[in-house]
Ligand binder design. Structure first.
Ligand code: HEM
Length: 145
């Protein structure tokens, strides 16, 4: 579980994520594909170009920011994403790459609003969300339906 302080800070960033979400995730993919070009093969690059995948990721990040203290509300979203991740062969060790790129993008887009506290809270929160996905995906990989 994440700390109450992290929950409060993450929730306080929700309005920024609502306003700048796609800008942040577009920047995130730019950083990630630049640093790890081999990951392009896992993604549908036309959904990058037309902005639909950055928009889907932004919706998920915003959903998490608003429901971080009410995880059951995210269950169906997590399941849908986890199934897509398994279809595209996402691996546990890739979560650190996405996390680093996402935090970097938050700093770039939010500027002064991405204070040290905000970054620390999102680092903890992202880590917790990664564990949720990694466990769910482990289940699906082990028991494919
Ligand atoms: C907590 C972290 C993550 C979140 C919130 C997230 C969120 C999402 C969402 C919302 C989708 C779209 C699902 C759909 O409706 O079809 C998606 C798809 C995908 N994600 Fe993630 N993801 C995360 C981590 C990762 C990681 C670590 C990778 C590894 C590279 C990854 C690779 C992919 C791929 C390849 C797709 C399919 C995209 C496509 O069809 O082009 N994701 N993810």
């Amino acid at each position: 579980m994440v700390s109450q302080q992290t929950i409060d800070i993450v929730k306080s960033t929700a309005p920024y994520l609502k306003k700048h979400g796609s800008q942040i995730t577009t920047r995130m993919y730019e950083i990630m594909f630049h640093k790890h070009p081999e990951l392009r093969e896992q993604f549908n690059m036309s959904d990058q170009a037309n902005g639909s995948q950055p928009a889907r990721l932004a919706t998920a990040v915003y959903g998490y920011a608003t429901q971080i203290d009410n995880l059951p509300a995210l269950k169906s979203m997590v399941e849908k994403i986890a199934h897509r991740h398994v279809q595209t062969h996402v691996l546990p060790e890739q979560y650190a790459i996405v996390g680093e790129s996402l935090l970097h993008a938050m700093k770039d887009v939010l500027g002064e609003a991405a204070t040290e506290e905000v970054i620390a809270a999102w680092t903890e929160a992202y880590q917790a969300l990664s564990v949720i996905f990694i466990e769910k995906e482990h289940d699906i990989y082990s028991h494919p339906k």
